[in-house]
Design a protein around this ligand. Sequence first.
Ligand code: R5P
Length: 278
Amino acid sequence: MILPGSDSQEFAATLSSVTGEPIGQVEYGRFPDGEQIVQIPEPENRAIVVSSTLSDKSHIELLQLQDAAREVGVRELITVIPYLGYARQDKAFEPGQPVSARAMARAISTGTDQVITVNPHEQSVLEYFDVPAKSVDASSYLSQGLPSMDDPLFIGPDESAIDLAEGVRDAYGFGDVDYFEKVRLSGDDVEITPHHTTASNRNVVIVDDIVATGSTMSRAIEALQSPAKIVVACIHPLLAGNARTKLARAGVEQIIATDTIDRSVSSVSAAVPVAESL
Ligand code: R5P
């Protein structure tokens, strides 16, 4: 039985229809003091908790779903985390800071037999789990939502996004791939320097794993010289705060994203590769 978190309803429903695994009716509530509570249906031998950890609330909910499943006697418990939050804090960047990805992974490991996630920001964070943890790659699925384009140029806004850009280009079938140099100036500002190829008069698809504040994407777009069309493709459309309008103002014509985070731009499902890995 699939036990969804409240922020992963769409993903869980799609996973249920792809796998044929029934989906449990989970109730979510809060006590008067603000503490969260969940309630799950009757026991089954196997449970699949499905919850993106895109907020502190969803982190707590995931731990509660795991614990409720164990409490009602579930023997095999798989935790699917379509978007793995805190994965960008994979080291202590300054003295005195935690390795938040490790802290979260340890907590999640206590309640599960296995973890499956989609394109974590750093693959190495999987090593922080104390149970078997694996990831699936949804980049090739992003190409399904792309418009028909002549001579497309797929760009990673930094070097770490080049594999994703290549994955989308390969699935699309043709096009060039390039990447930019990125230096992060603050939590919501980055500096982008163009690399090799000119984007002038070309159809450009900028590919990244996450769009959070939209700063990386909007700076990358500023670095393009007169492109014909700008499309953004990302795995995890966090789109925090005013990110969506930032992209619109930057001239983005279309955003293609997966449903690891349920947003209006989540037109492609990552549930298929997850189903294949179950
Ligand atoms: C960082 O390296 C990631 O790959 C993304 O580029 C980053 O998380 C995007 O964040 P933002 O939209 O806030 O610039």
